[in-house]
Design a binder for this molecule. Structure first.
Ligand code: FES
Length: 110
């Protein structure tokens, strides 16, 4: 069984970053480890910075496990206004279901 799944992050200029995200890791960690500049993750995943804002595309936007209250409470602090499916990448666990998922990155995290 694959230990990673392919996930694509799309920068606001349209450029794409293809990740092989380790299962069980957070999407934030996978992106930071891959050097993705569009994920700042200042708090290191402690859910206190909202600089790991991502916008999942369908179909995954609708099938991701729902955000918990703490994540929902932090999303309004994202620099780029949160959208209906906005998420914080540190709260998204990489699972096999995320294979081929595409996430847009906001134009800024600050
Ligand atoms: S890394 Fe800070 S809230 Fe996600």
């Amino acid at each position: 069984m694959a230990r990673t799944v392919p996930i694509t992050l799309v920068n606001s200029d349209g450029s794409r970053v293809a990740l092989q995200a380790p299962l069980g890791d957070s999407l934030m960690h996978a992106a930071v480890d891959a050097g993705v500049a569009g994920i700042a993750a200042d708090c290191g995943g402690m859910l206190s910075c909202a600089t790991c804002h991502v916008l999942p595309r369908e179909p995954h936007a609708s099938t991701l496990p729902a955000a918990l209250d703490d994540e929902l409470a932090m999303l309004p602090f994202a620099a780029h206004p949160a959208q209906p499916h906005s998420r914080l990448a540190c709260q998204i666990t990489v699972t096999p279901e995320l294979a081929d998922a595409v996430f847009d990155l906001p134009p800024t995290q600050y």
